[in-house]
Ligand binder design. Sequence first.
Ligand SMILES: CC(C)(COP(=O)(O)OP(=O)(O)OC[C@H]1O[C@@H](n2cnc3c(N)ncnc32)[C@H](O)[C@@H]1OP(=O)(O)O)[C@@H](O)C(=O)NCCC(=O)NCCS
Length: 172
Amino acid sequence: MKIRPCEPEDHTGIDTLLQTAFPEPGEARLAVALRAADADTLELVAELDDKIVGVTMFSPTQAKLDDGREIPGLGLGPVAVLPDYQNRGIGAALIEAGLDFIRTLGPTYCIVLGDPDFYGRFGFEPAPSLDLHWAGDPEDKTGNAFQVLALNDAPHLPRGTRIEYHPAFDIV
Ligand SMILES: CC(C)(COP(=O)(O)OP(=O)(O)OC[C@H]1O[C@@H](n2cnc3c(N)ncnc32)[C@H](O)[C@@H]1OP(=O)(O)O)[C@@H](O)C(=O)NCCC(=O)NCCS
C-alpha cells in the first residue's frame, strides 16, 4: 500500500470512495467544496492494486478565544476507506501520515468529529472535557465526538474557546 498526496486525476475515484463509504452524499460534496474553496490543505490517498482505497483531508480552522484572539489550526476530515479494505490499518496509516505532515506546517491544534474510540488512538481528546467547543454546535450536542489534539508541544487552547471549521463544512 502506498500513501501519497492526491492528484487531480484521483478526484473521480475519491468521489466514488466517499459515496461508497458513507451512507449520505455530504462527505463527497464536502471534498469537492474544500477543493473549490482552496481549503484542501492536505489530501492524502491510499493506493493499493492500482486503486484508490482510502482518503483523508485536512482543512483550515479558526479558534475564537474569549479575549477576541483567533488561532488558526487544522481540521481532519473526511477520512474514509473502501469497505472491502477496512480493518487492515489503512485508515490509521492515512491519519498518522497526515498528522506527521501537518505538524510540519506548525499548527498548535487539530480537530475532528468522530468516534472517540477510534480517534483517541491518535491522541485526540474529547473537547467538552477540556471546555473546548465546536462553534457549529453551541449546545455541545455532539458530545465527545468533537475532539481536539494539541500539536507541536503547544498547550491546549484556553478553556471556553470555540472552534470553527472552514465554511465549506456547512455543506455537510
Ligand atoms: C473509519 C475508517 C476510516 C477506518 O478505516 P480502517 O482502515 O477500517 O481503520 P483501521 O484498519 O486503521 O483501524 C481499524 C480499527 O478502527 C476501528 N473502527 C473502524 N471504524 C470505526 C468507527 N466508525 N468508529 C469506531 N471505531 C472504528 C475498528 O474497530 C478497528 O479497531 P481495532 O484496531 O481495535 O480492531 C473506515 O472504517 C471508514 O471508512 N468508515 C466509513 C466512513 C467513516 O465512518 N469515516 C469516519 C468518519 S468520522
